[in-house]
Design a protein around this ligand. Structure first.
Ligand SMILES: Cc1cc2nc3c(=O)[nH]c(=O)nc-3n(C[C@H](O)[C@H](O)[C@H](O)COP(=O)(O)OP(=O)(O)OC[C@H]3O[C@@H](n4cnc5c(N)ncnc54)[C@H](O)[C@@H]3O)c2cc1C
Ligand code: FES
Length: 278
């Protein structure tokens, strides 16, 4: 049998130290992590890392900070099960394992000089915040920027302080919506797709970045297509169960594609024929 030789760079786990923990909601925490020896993560917005919590397991998590950050990076993690709950119990100074960054993120060089329509639903804001912060740090390289953010209720809203700043940006159109209002909520109520027709875009020069629960994709894509956004300019991040993160175990396979390597960010034109993708 042919022997498989793994490159250090593919499976090498780097040590990461937790520098900061911010409780964002009841279920989500933002972790700031520094790699051993001051190494830079060197990721693209939309890529993910494999995070090991020693004694609990390893999971894929999107990088939530911009590559323009120096010295550390951030991940926003929802407590969902064994590993994420164990991660939530860690404290500042604790060590975790990091592999990656892995996968294909948002194609920054292609997005530059174009307009962006960023649509985030729920935890989908975690990878998109990396893109948003990158764009804000390099604002002159991008055209018009529209951001739509939807979540279950105002209590579930992530990155609240930053959102206040995004809203103040003169050259950014920002709208948010919640499924269920709380008594103090004065904003819009409904599903995120209802915001899409209200955005004024030039479809030929607009790239849309869409991340959220699978149920949102079909109706959102329909809205975008009806506004004449080309299929190749609709970018979607798909979530699949992952084990290796590097195209070896087949856990994340969608027909001939490995979500961990060919994605997680895909353009709609490339995957529209894959029923399982949605
Ligand atoms: C590319 C990628 C990026 C991700 N980015 C983030 C992120 O930024 N923040 C974050 O909180 N989570 C993210 N996730 C989801 C995260 O990996 C899962 O929540 C985690 O693996 C659950 O592990 P656990 O041991 O805590 O839960 P488990 O005990 O393994 O499972 C708890 C529940 O979560 C479900 N689950 C497990 N893995 C996944 C998965 N990959 N997708 C959907 N549901 C899953 C299980 O079916 C089960 O219902 C990402 C997943 C992928 C594939
Ligand atoms: S997670 Fe193993 S092949 Fe993608």
């Amino acid at each position: 049998m042919e022997k498989i030789i793994l490159k250090d760079s593919a499976y090498g786990i780097k040590k990461g130290t937790i520098l900061g923990i911010q409780e964002m909601t009841e279920n989500e925490k933002l972790f700031e992590i520094a790699l051993e020896g001051g190494q830079k993560l060197d990721h693209e917005p939309g890529q993910f890392v494999m995070v090991s919590v020693f004694g609990a397991g390893e999971i894929p998590i999107s990088v939530s900070s911009s590559p323009t950050n120096n010295g550390s990076f951030e991940i926003c993690v929802r407590a969902a099960g064994k590993v994420t709950n164990a991660l939530h119990k860690l404290e500042i100074g604790d060590m975790i394992g990091i592999r990656g960054p892995y996968g294909k993120g948002f194609p920054i060089r292609i997005l530059e000089r174009n307009d962006l329509l960023i649509i985030a639903c729920g935890l989908g804001i975690a990878p998109l915040r990396s893109l948003i912060r990158y764009v804000f740090d390099n604002r002159k390289d991008f055209g018009n920027v529209h951001i739509l953010y939807g979540c279950r209720s105002p209590d579930n809203m992530l990155f609240l302080d930053e959102i206040k700043e995004w809203k103040k940006q003169k050259d950014v159109y920002f709208e948010c919506i919640v499924d269920q209002a709380t008594p103090d909520w004065t904003g819009k109520v409904g599903i995120i797709t209802t915001l899409i027709p209200g955005v004024r875009i030039d479809p030929e020069r607009t790239f849309t970045a869409l991340v959220g629960p699978p149920a949102m994709y079909k109706p959102a894509i329909q809205e975008l297509l009806s506004m004449n956004v080309p299929e190749s300019q609709i970018l979607i991040s798909l979530e699949r169960h992952m084990k290796c993160g590097v195209g070896m175990c087949g856990h994340c396979q969608i027909q001939n594609l490995y979500c961990c390597q060919d994605g997680p960010v895909f353009n709609y034109e490339a995957i529209k024929h894959l029923k399982e993708a949605f």
